[in-house]
Design a protein around this ligand. Structure first.
Ligand SMILES: CC(C)(COP(=O)(O)OP(=O)(O)OC[C@H]1O[C@@H](n2cnc3c(N)ncnc32)[C@H](O)[C@@H]1OP(=O)(O)O)[C@@H](O)C(=O)NCCC(=O)NCCS
Length: 254
């Protein structure tokens, strides 16, 4: 088991770099090695970054990224702006469930500061609507583009996504139109993953999302009892009600 890991970044001036990390970025402590310093380190809470005097490498690092998870990303961003940090990507909610911004440090490293997006409190859903039917099949390309495409593939659904899927579940409105879809991938015997769970906005909050997920889990259980099903999500609260852990990547055994 690993105990800790610390990056050692190439710097072209150890003192100037440490000064920037303390004064502008807010790191609380630092130390150096050598006179003049050829190595240095900054720390804040559990996070440490070390620097090695390697100007020839530092000359080529521009855009190389390092990621920091922070407690209050908005407050951190305000602090960094106030201290003159070079923000190369403004703070924004990202589709991968993080609120992030990027600072370019004096050596050119791109430091991504992020925190998990706080989910808005969700109202209890209304009962499942009469006349809506659940069908065990993959959505057609048109259904998938209309329902899931809006959420997950704004630049267009790449070819082969449906073909690579094992099965799917579609919810049909009383008029027979697809209003919710998901797809299941079989990754290996006994291993499945669920992708692109989407309900059309006007049909949300009526237990349709939960029901297509239950149907998907039943489908896997019937085909492969005891299989593992995993998913990646930034709507942890929704999946937690279905037995998944309250985590970005979660897995259950059916
Ligand atoms: C997430 C989504 C699939 C939920 O579908 P839905 O049909 O609106 O949800 P349901 O009505 O089935 O919700 C079932 C329960 O989960 C709760 N719930 C729904 N979304 C939730 C969320 N984001 N966080 C916590 N709980 C949530 C509901 O309040 C309901 O609770 P209840 O049984 O106590 O009433 C839908 O909002 C959607 O398509 N969002 C856009 C795409 C997306 O984010 N997909 C999932 C990410 S992979």
């Amino acid at each position: 088991m690993f105990k800790t890991g610390v990056p050692i970044l190439a710097a072209n001036d150890i003192e100037a770099t440490l000064d920037y990390y303390r004064r502008v970025l807010g790191f609380a402590s630092s130390w150096t090695w050598g006179e003049p310093p050829t190595f240095g380190s900054v720390s804040w809470g559990n996070v440490t970054v070390m620097f090695n005097l390697q100007p020839e490498i530092a000359a080529h690092v521009r855009g190389h990224q390092h990621w920091f998870e922070v407690e209050n990303v908005d407050a951190m961003c305000e602090r960094h702006v106030a201290h003159g940090a070079n923000i190369v990507s403004p703070i924004a909610d990202k589709p991968w469930g993080l609120r992030e911004y990027i600072v370019e440090d004096p050596n050119g490293y791109h430091l991504r500061f992020a925190a998990r997006i706080r989910e808005e409190p969700v109202e209890p859903s209304a009962p499942f609507p009469p006349g809506v039917a659940l069908v065990r099949r993959l959505p057609t390309e048109e259904e998938f583009a209309r329902v899931a495409g809006q959420e997950f593939y704004r630049d267009g659904v790449p070819t082969g996504v449906l073909e690579r899927s094992w099965q799917g579940v579609v919810a049909l409105s009383p008029e027979g139109e697809a209003i919710a879809t998901l797809r299941i991938v079989q990754d290996a015997p006994g291993w499945f993953s669920v992708w692109d769970v989407a309900v059309l906005p006007e049909w949300r909050g009526r237990h349709i999302g939960a029901e297509i997920m239950r149907e998907a889990l039943d489908l896997v259980r019937e085909a492969s009892p005891g299989a593992f099903v995993y998913l990646f999500t930034f709507r942890q609260g929704f999946y937690a009600r279905l037995g998944f852990a309250d985590q970005t990547v979660s897995m259950i055994k059916v």
